[in-house]
Each structure stands twice: as C-alpha cells, then as structure tokens.
Design a protein around this ligand. Structure first.
Ligand code: ASP
Length: 452
C-alpha cells in the first residue's frame, strides 16, 4: 500500500486536483491520500491557510469578517465549478466557515487552529466528492477517527494510540481522502501541527497502515543538494538517508517538513518526494540506508537567525555539573538549543534568535554570572549555520580541511565548528553576511565535476 500526500500547490485549483486524481487512479496501491489546503496558484497568490489565519485574527478583534469569508469561499467555488461539482459543496463550505467563525473564542490559539484546519478539512471533502463523481470510489475520513494529539500547551504531536486507531485504514476498499495538518485531543479539541504540517499527517498515516511507501507530492522534481535560490542549477539528490535529510533540515531543504520524518523513520518506510506536475520524474527517495555512495557530500544547507551565548570560567572542565546547570537556565527560559561546542574553560550555546527577548537575555546573563560564577557571559547575534552533510563523510579524510579552505577563501571568520557525533555532518557558525558566498564556495569545492 502507498500513502500519498499532496501539498498546497498540488491542490490549489481544479486543474491541479485533476492531476492528483490521475496520479492516484494510475496506481491502485495508492489507497490513502492526505491533502493540504489550496495553496498558491501563482507566486502572487495567497494560500487559503493564510486567508484563514487573517480571517481568524479579524474575527478575534471583532472586525468585519464578511469579505474575508468570501475570499475563502471564492477559492473553493472556483475549484468546485472547475471540477464540475454542483453548488452544494461550496454552500456546505460557506456554512462550515460561518460556524467556525461564530465558535468559542475563549482560547485564541484554539480558535485560530479551528479556522486554519478548515482549509484542509473542506478541501478533503471536496476532493473526495470529485473522486466519486470522476469514477474512483473515495471517502473523506476525518482526523476525529483516530488522529489523536496531545493536549495544550506543548506543541502538537500525535499520541502513540493514534497509530493503532488509524491502522484500520489499511483495510479500506475506497480511496481514503484525509485532511492534513490537524488532529484532535482526547477531549475532542482540534489542534493543528506547525505550518507545512500536512507532511506530518501523511507520515503518521503511512506509519499507521505500515505502508510500503510514503509518496510526498509537491511542485519540484526532487530535493536539491543546495538551495537553488543561491546555487545555480544544483545537483539533484536521487537518494538520501533519513539521517542526512534530518541534518540538512536548514534552509533550502524545506521541501519536506523535518518533523515528518519521525513516524516513517521508526518503521523504515521509504519516502519518495515527487512532482505533481511531472509525476514520471523519479524524484528523491529518503531511505533508511544507502548503498550507492557516490560523492562523500550529499548536500550543503545554510540558515540564518542564530544567536550564541558565550560563557567562560577558569577551570570549567573540572567543575562537575557546570554544563547541566547552564542548560537548566536555558531550559527554564523555555529555549531550545542547536549546538553546544566547548573548550576547557568555555562553552557556547547556539540557539535560534527568535526565541530571545532583551529581558530573557538579560536574565540569562545575570543568572549565569551570579549562580554559576562565570567569568564572562554574553550574547552575540547575527549568525548563520552552514551544514555539510553526507554518509560518505565518515570514511573520508581531509574533508574538514577542504571545507575550511573554501570558507577562508571568502574572507569569513569561522566562529564555531561542530562535527556531529554521527560524523555525517560538519557545522560551521559564521557571520550572516558571508552565508551565500560560503555556500557557493563550498558547493564548488564539493560538487564540481572533477573533485568528489
Ligand atoms: N496548509 C498548511 C500550511 O500552509 C499545512 C500544509 O500545507 O502542509 O502550512
């Protein structure tokens, strides 16, 4: 059995939904289909999810919601009429939206979640109706039928019971059309995943039915070895391991939500990233292990928006518990960190800057100095992390030397180097202004035709 997920651009219009239909119809193994809300039809277009967030925020401040409801309904009306479905479908959608807008506003986040989720929910109903009219028996299945998620306030994830409950879908006769992006708590409260979370739904479904393959349909032919916005015509990745994909989850690799790897990873289900607009292209396969080694480096990614907390204390290496106490302070500020490179007397904690506020920074620095008696503690901002990833790196000497030489050719100073313990990644912290230059230098070092 194959579980497919179709992203926003794949279900943005009647024309796109017809492609989805043909793809599903062409292989009877494609039995479970997760769908996004209608996405952008062109670069200037607005995703239905964004229209819905705007509508929810307007409703929360008591603003005029009429035109915003209409903007959403119009998107669906375009689709239903393009698919030749009768008007009832868009009437149902309009009524559903109005009901959600009039819903309980006591918890703002849940109110927004409820409206946001209608994007996928209504699209799934509509697509199921179209499949039936067009001759493929299909049925809409609500996440209420098993996609159980945790309670507030933690970010949303599927509960272990969800997999058991959803496993019944493997016996389905009809094609199941399942809305992506959300689930329900045990008390029946709707909660959405992070943005792009329909990938997560597809992965949960694939794991629940023990699929042979999880196909993730999007609007590009494959995952590239570097961000195509920076590197002209980067090499295509045909096969990549879960671990490599995970390490590359910084910018330029946003094709697949990083949280979506976990459910399929646990069961070793391969993922195939494919293009709805070019379904015969083989796409990129994400697999547990890779035989073909080819290049030692599989991809290079980069992301900005990092801050570094520098802490130094003479004889830090002899002090039992220093690292734990430092990380405890970070934890108490509800901050997650990415790397903690260290020396004998110093340690840096690298984190996403968007988690910080001037007050938090001030509190952290004060506590580190007072409670840990550090000689110095201060924050620096404006860093990018550049990550070189490849399963083949473990068995190759001299890669770090080549990478640092390439970086130094740009004139950038390397603020931090971290080799992941698994030895499949090498991370460099640099000043953001050098990010693109470094990416280009590294790409030409590791991906030029002659060198491997
Ligand atoms: N529609 C949601 C978003 O735009 C979820 C998804 O498409 O995966 O983030």
């Amino acid at each position: 059995m194959i579980v497919c997920k179709f992203g926003g651009t794949s279900v943005a219009s009647a024309e796109q939904i017809k492609k989805v239909f043909n793809i599903v119809k062409s292989n009877p193994e494609r039995k479970v289909v997760a769908v996004s809300a209608p996405g952008k039809r062109s670069s200037e277009d607005i995703k239905v999810t964004d229209l819905l967030i705007d509508l929810a925020e307007t409703a929360l401040i008591g603003g005029d919601v009429e035109s915003k409801i209409n903007a959403v309904v119009n998107r669906y009306e375009d689709i239903t009429s393009g698919l030749g479905l009768d008007q009832t479908m868009s009437e149902i959608i309009a009524a559903d939206l109005r009901e959600r807008v009039a819903g309980d506003k006591s918890n703002k986040d849940l109110f927004i979640d409820n409206l946001k989720a209608s994007g996928e929910d209504n699209n799934a109903k509509l697509i199921a109706a179209y499949f039936n009219v067009a001759g493929v028996p299909a049925r809409y299945v609500s996440p209420k039928e098993g996609l159980l998620v945790n309670d507030l306030p933690e970010r949303t994830y599927a509960l272990p019971e969800a997999y058991e409950k959803l496993s019944v879908l493997k016996d389905t006769e009809e094609v199941v059309i399942f809305p992506g992006f959300f689930g329900y708590t045990k008390d029946g409260i709707l909660r959405t995943f992070d943005r792009g979370g329909s990938d997560i739904t597809g992965s949960i479904l694939a794991s629940a039915v023990s699929a042979d393959l999880y196909e993730n349909f999007t609007d590009v032919d494959c995952v590239f070895s570097a961000n195509p916005k920076v590197i002209n015509n980067p090499a295509e990745i045909k096969e990549i391991t879960y671990r490599e994909m995970r390490e590359l989850s910084y910018a330029g690799f946003a094709v697949f939500h990083d949280e979506a790897l976990m459910p399929v990873y646990r069961q070793g289900i391969p993922v195939n990233i494919k293009n709805t607009n070019n379904p015969s292209a083989p796409g990129t396969r994400i697999v547990p292990t890779r035989t073909e080694q080819g290049r030692s480096v599989t991809g290079i990614s980069a992301d900005s928006g990092f801050s570094i907390l520098y802490v130094s204390k003479y004889l830090m290496n002899r002090e039992v518990g220093f690292g734990r106490k430092l990380l405890q302070i970070i934890e108490e500020e509800n901050i997650s960190y990415e790397h903690t490179p260290s020396g004998l007397d110093d340690i840096s904690v690298i984190m996403r800057s968007n988690q910080l506020t001037p007050e938090k920074e001030e509190r952290i620095v004060r506590r580190v100095k007072e409670e840990l008696h550090a000689d110095d503690a201060h924050f620096r901002h404006g860093f990018s992390m550049i990550v070189i990833v490849g399963e083949g790196m473990r068995n190759n000497t001299g890669l770090a030397a080549r990478a640092t030489t390439a970086i130094s050719s740009t004139g950038a100073n390397i603020e931090m180097i971290n080799q992941g313990s698994s030895e499949v990644s090498l991370v460099f912290g640099v000043n953001k202004q050098f990010e693109d230059q470094i990416l280009k230098a590294l790409y030409s070092e590791f991906f030029s035709a002659v060198k491997m």
